[in-house]
Design a binder for this molecule. Structure first.
Ligand code: ADP
Ligand code: ZN
Ligand code: ZN
Length: 740
């Protein structure tokens, strides 16, 4: 293979690409964005950046001399393992582990700069590149670069991909990228002045958990623990005291938290215990420069507490003493784009080979994690009480069918109405939770049952009241609102369902003087983060926060005493074997938002299915009973953890090619795999069988993964790609988050 490189010098005549051969032994290591050393001129060796890779060159070329990744052998081994395990390229995994480009212009602090984010889905962009919809090489390079370096400045993108401002403007115009103004804060923690806090004396339960995990730390021993305790039971205090022990041994601690709970509040607790110098924070909102700085701080050993979202598992440290995964049930630990890795699996591998413990923490553990704990593959440690003696909130269930029978058509039941009124009087805050967005979910004709569907995606369009438009939540397609049915011309066309906007409107009607703030996918943008909205809610003491599931995670609101769940049922109606688990988790977490401090809390859950066990047991906060019922169902229906579900997906615009490709894969695997142990289902259209004009098919395999099965699937994918497929994208995913 040939690398196109740009030489790292400012001379104008060098402002073009040069071709170099990638020697066999470097072939896995050289990726777009690699810094390399190349022979240049007669005797010189120059630093250069790889901006493209191609099959062959028209020139006679020299070899690349060296790759400057500084990846360790361990990391390369991990990348190779991942590529087999997650059916992806080694280079994709290396990208996760490599520092963002190293040539940095010094950014001026407090100056506003414009940084670039991708506006389209990565999947979508990859597809458009693969199928030739994006033709310009430079545009392709810029997008490839941004795929791994969101938050780069335009200067950085221009430098690393050898493209111009005009190219970026075109990409912006075509809706691929957006420019976001941001104040430079090269050290995200720099301006924090935080009072130091000392460690607390552990309760008996905390002490037991602490000392078990601490012995593994002291003995440099891999063991996996589950710290199972309700919100507020003092898990974070245990994490901090364990981290202290790890630091005493001169080692590094990695703590993963869900992206959305990576809030200043979480980080402040660690800063006030350990001081900001030792802490590095990694998440997707950092600019490229900031990420580079954090990365370096870790690499140079200055920071030995790493707090970050999923990909922080690849932070460049060789000296790990513990990996903690908080809220381990959270679905964000599984990547939904390639490499489709699971951070919990990576943590186990790192722990096993690096001889240190892995600690998973949750109030509502993943069913699979808890199953492993029951089987003694994971050591379970339990915290049963809230640490600061605050009480768990009182949870009340309201049957919406009965409300309706009593003539109440409002979104608020009588009980919820009365509690909000009481709260307003007492100047306490309320959170209303809804698992949906938009004004109303769909439009249906009551005469003939017609629903307005997106013409690209075959799913219901959502009505947005404010703009008075119908929108597709998958592709963004918009349409004017219809008032007569396009099919039967009846005017009995009605809006069904309730969204956050509609609730906000109703709340305003019922409580005209209450202040409200709304948080959902429409109000949260890259410019206006969920953090900004929550800060406003807290600091301005706004009466009522109305939001979707984004509000449930990891925030402390001392003045919130009431949480209302508008309709608990929405998550029960998703087409997924984890519907019960998700419902139970969401409701338990939401309930945990009420009364976290001194004030007692109240939670009201409105539902049409008061007898559903996940709702009923969330009310009773009885995880163990929930687990027992759910695990029996999983066993009976043969779902994880009793088997793995492999989804092989096909998308493309050429139906003929897609169908023949999928049948090839099906036949290939059917002939290879052991039918006693694996069920292989024929390829069929996905539940959402079209998104953005691309057809989507999938096939499902059910059984226990073995080394042989991994090999078969990898073989199959390698074979299929050698078949000159132009229009179909194929990928395999094990136990994906999303079954649509
Ligand atoms: P979790 O992480 O399980 O939600 P936290 O660690 O945040 O729980 O603890 C909840 C509250 O209890 C915090 O305000 C914390 O300071 C307090 N807390 C935790 N452990 C103790 C302890 N041993 N003694 C007194 N207070 C504690
Ligand atoms: Zn009709
Ligand atoms: Zn659509």
């Amino acid at each position: 293979m040939i690398a196109e490189v740009i030489i790292d010098r400012t001379a104008k005549k060098l402002n073009r690409t040069f071709d170099y051969n990638i020697p066999e032994d470097l072939s896995d290591l050289v990726i777009i964005g690699s810094k390399v050393l190349v022979p240049f001129g007669k005797t010189k060796i120059e630093e250069a950046y790889v901006i493209g890779i191609k099959e062959k060159s028209d020139f006679e070329v020299k070899d690349i001399a060296k790759v400057e990744h500084n990846l360790s052998n361990k990391q390369i081994r991990l990348a190779k393992w991942m590529s087999k395990k997650y059916f992806c390229n080694v280079s994709e995994c290396i990208k996760l582990m490599s520092a963002p480009g190293s040539k940095q212009k010094k950014e001026v602090k407090d100056k506003k700069i414009s940084i670039i984010y991708l506006k389209k889905d990565i999947e979508e962009i990859e597809f458009e590149i693969q199928t030739g919809k994006i033709k310009s090489e430079k545009q392709k390079r810029a997008l490839e670069f941004l795929k791994v370096n969101e938050g780069a400045t335009s200067a950085e993108v221009e430098m690393f991909t050898d493209c111009s401002k005009a190219i970026l403007k075109t990409l912006e115009k075509n809706g691929y990228i957006e420019f976001v103004e941001k104040k430079i804060e090269r050290n995200p923690l720099e301006n924090k002045q935080i009072e130091r806090t000392n460690k607390l004396e552990l309760t008996e339960e905390q002490e037991t958990a602490f000392s078990k995990i601490n012995s593994a730390i002291q003995e440099d021993r891999y063991e996996e623990f589950l710290l199972y305790g309700v919100t507020g039971s003092g898990k974070t205090e245990v994490y901090m005291q364990l981290i202290e022990k790890v630091l005493e041994k001169g080692k590094t601690a990695i703590m993963l938290v869900p992206e959305i709970s990576l809030t200043p509040q979480t980080i402040n607790r660690f800063i006030s215990r350990f001081g900001k110098e030792k802490i590095a924070v990694l998440h997707s909102k950092l600019s490229m420069g900031e990420r580079y700085d954090e990365w370096n701080k870790i690499k140079e050993g200055k920071a030995n507490i790493i707090i970050g979202a999923r990909s922080a598992i690849f932070a460049p440290t060789e000296n790990i003493g513990i990996i903690i995964i908080d809220e381990e049930h959270d679905s964000s630990y599984k990547s939904e784009s390639s490499p489709r890795y699971n951070a919990k699996e990576i943590a186990s591998i790192l722990g096993k080979y690096g001889n240190f413990p892995v600690l998973l923490g949750s109030a509502t553990p993943d069913i699979t994690t808890y199953y492993k704990a029951q089987k003694n593959q994971i050591t379970k440690l339990t915290l049963t009480k809230r640490a600061n003696n605050s009480r768990l909130p009182e949870v009340q269930i309201i049957d919406l069918k009965q409300e309706l029978a009593q003539g109440n058509r409002s979104v608020l039941s009588k009980a919820l109405y009365e509690e909000i009124e009481k709260n307003l009087k007492n100047k306490k805050q309320t959170i209303l939770f809804l698992n949906r967005r938009g004004f109303s979910t769909f439009i249906m004709c009551r005469e003939c049952g017609y629903t307005v569907q997106c013409k690209n995606c075959n799913i219901s369009m959502t009505y947005h009241r404010f703009e008075n438009k119908l929108k597709c939540h998958y592709c963004g397609y918009e349409e004017k609102v219809v008032t007569t049915c396009p099919k039967c011309k009846s005017s009995k066309i009605r809006y069904f369902g309730t969204g956050t906007q509609k609730i906000e409107e109703e709340v305003h009607k019922i409580f005209p003087s209450a202040t409200t703030i709304r948080m959902d996918v429409d109000t949260v943008t890259k410019k206006n983060s969920h953090e900004d909205i929550l800060e406003k809610f807290r600091d301005e003491n706004i009466d009522i926060l109305i939001g979707t599931q984004m509000i449930v995670k990891g925030h402390h609101f001392p003045n919130v005493t009431l949480v209302g769940v508008i309709a608990a049922d929405t998550s029960l109606n998703i087409d997924d074997y984890r519907a019960n688990e998700r419902t139970f988790q969401i409701l338990t977490q939401v309930a945990g938002r009420a009364g976290r401090e001194k004030l007692p809390g109240k939670v009201i859950i409105q539902t049409y299915n008061p007898n559903n066990f996940s709702i009923d047991l969330a009310q009773k906060q009885d995880y163990d009973k929930f687990y027992n019922i759910e695990i029996a169902l999983r066993k009976q229906l043969k779902y994880p953890p009793f088997c793995d579900i492999i989804v092989i997906s096909f998308t493309g615009t050429n139906q003929k090619e897609l169908i023949s490709t999928s049948s090839y894969v099906y036949e290939f695997l059917k002939n290879k795999m052991d039918k006693q142990k694996f069920s292989i289902f024929k390829p069929v259209p996905s539940p959402i069988d079209k998104i953005q004009n691309k057809i989507r098919w999938r096939m499902i395999l059910k059984g226990k993964m073995t080394r042989q099965v991994y090999e078969d699937i990898n073989d199959c994918l390698a074979n299929v790609y050698s078949k000159n497929i132009r229009n179909t994208k194929i990928w395999a995913d094990i136990n994906p988050n999303n079954m649509i």
